[in-house]
Design a binder for this molecule. Structure first.
Ligand SMILES: Cc1ncc(COP(=O)(O)O)c(C=O)c1O
Length: 461
């Protein structure tokens, strides 16, 4: 049947995208309208509204990559339409995935003899949920076998964890035992962990590169503690390392930090490919040192896509693009490429940290910074606050979050600057110049309202 053209049909044959707008004027874009519109009008409408957003290149708030090489962009476009879970249809993508796991396992010193296992995830949150679930199930199986109570699992972690850890505890019914921060300590130590662990601790969660200050927990010392506890009390408590942001940094520089599978109790590690793995949002990694850590009842086998396929993920379908993008970075950059980028980011971050110290208004937070992140707070006698600075910087296009630290350090207000691959020294110089202008304006009584208070865990990632 031929549909009759109604008066309202948009005809773009003799007009430009913008000139056709009047035809769309009464369209309500909050609802799914009966009729659509020409492709170029639709895309222009969306692009116009997107201009209201912040510029990704000036986003110093997030660890998540905002830039990749044009060749990676092309590969991403070509693989967006391939569902990663269709192993049988796209076996080559599975090969790339396996290769990534092997490369990461080598970098993390996973012993080959242990049959390490790993999987790509959507990000570190999914990886942490899956890691925690494996530890919960393993712990429960052991308790059942020993005819002991398995109704009250707990997980020990710091108040410095990213919100996904709190989600894990709540969603999967595990008691969170949270070590509070202190006004001058934003990491967890073995001394903090010791009183909280017991025979129902499914694992201790430690962070390599905390979201708040970019510092690392005392992972090596906590490993020693868990070894002592295993020997003295027989509790074999695994250690999970959340290397979401710090993992890809520490793997490529000689920072002397011991945190990976070389430590006996470290049984699982997550990394965000989309942070310092240098890929756009949508890829994380989870590795287990030993296949026995992943209980069989968590791995599902499906055969309806062809072939028999084991899956251990929370979601099923996803695009292959970001896994391909990770593989591209691995073969394109090699270890030396990553090393150069990481060293460059660290030196830009150090330059910013030193400049802020010289500036005189700021103090650096934390003494165990191990990644290109600079967290500062204002000196005590300041006439303005970090929220005002953040707001003023936003007027100039820079996105720098201001937030308070987690309990019991919530008195500490901080600004956090995350240096990413595409934040060059030139950009850092521009940023510092703008920051100086902002501070001068605030000192001269520039009219700036306090930005609304932002709770750290809801605004940083
Ligand atoms: C230490 C840490 N863990 C976990 C996450 C969650 O990672 P994702 O955003 O990849 O889910 C983040 C995100 O910033 C993080 O910094």
């Amino acid at each position: 049947m031929i549909r009759k053209k109604s008066k309202k049909d948009v005809d773009l044959s003799d007009t430009s995208t913008y000139a056709s707008r009047h035809d769309l004027e009464d369209l309500n874009l909050e609802v799914l309208n009966e009729k659509g519109m020409p492709a170029r009008v639709a895309s222009q409408l969306i692009e116009d509204e997107l201009n209201l957003e912040g510029a990704p290149a000036l986003n110093l708030a997030s660890f998540v990559s905002t830039w990749m090489e044009p060749e990676a962009d092309e590969l991403i476009l070509k693989t967006l339409n391939k569902n990663f879970i269709d192993h049988d249809e796209y076996p080559q993508i599975q090969n790339f995935h396996e290769r990534c796991i092997h490369m990461l396992a080598e970098l993390l010193h996973a012993p080959k003899a242990n049959n390490y296992v790993g999987t790509a995830t959507i990000g570190s949150s999914e990886a942490i949920m899956l890691g925690g679930l494996a530890h919960k199930f393993s712990w429960r199986a052991k308790r059942k076998a020993a005819a002991k109570d398995y109704s009250k699992p707990n997980i020990v972690m710091g108040g410095n964890v990213q919100i996904c850890w709190d989600k894990f505890a709540r969603y999967f019914d595990v008691e969170p035992r949270i070590i509070p921060m202190q006004p001058d300590r934003y990491i967890i130590t073995a001394k903090d962990v010791e009183p909280l662990i017991d025979e129902s601790t499914i694992c201790v969660g430690t962070i390599l590169g905390t979201t708040f200050t970019g510092e690392y927990d005392e992972i090596e010392e906590i490993n020693k503690l868990l070894l002592r506890v295993k020997k003295d009390k027989g509790w074999d408590i695994p250690l999970h390392v959340d290397g979401a942001s710090g993992g890809f940094i520490s793997m490529f520089i000689k920072d002397g930090i011991k945190w990976d599978f070389k430590l006996e109790q470290v049984k699982s590690i997550n990394l965000s490919g989309h942070k310092y793995g240098l890929v756009y949002p949508g890829v994380g990694w989870l590795l287990f040192k030993d296949e026995s850590v992943v209980p069989e009842d968590l791995v599902f086998n499906v055969n309806y896509l062809g072939g028999n396929m084991p899956t251990y993920t929370l979601n099923f379908s996803r695009s292959s693009a970001m896994v391909i993008a990770q593989y591209y970075n691995f073969i394109r950059l090699g270890k030396s490429g990553y090393r150069k980028i990481v060293n460059n980011m660290m030196s830009v971050a150090n330059f910013i940290a030193e400049s802020l110290l010289e500036h005189g208004d700021f103090k650096l937070l934390g003494t165990r910074r191990m990644e290109p992140v600079v967290s500062v707070s204002l000196k005590d006698n300041s006439q303005f606050n970090v929220f005002q600075i953040s707001r003023k910087l936003r007027e100039k296009g820079w996105i720098v979050p201001a937030y308070t630290l987690p309990p019991n350090a919530e008195r500490v207000e901080t600004l956090r600057i995350v240096v990413k691959e595409n934040f060059s020294k030139t950009m850092a110089v521009d940023f510092l110049a703008h920051l100086s202008e902002v501070i001068a304006e605030l000192k001269s009584g520039g009219q700036v309202g306090s930005a609304p208070h932002r709770d750290a865990k809801s605004c940083i990632h």
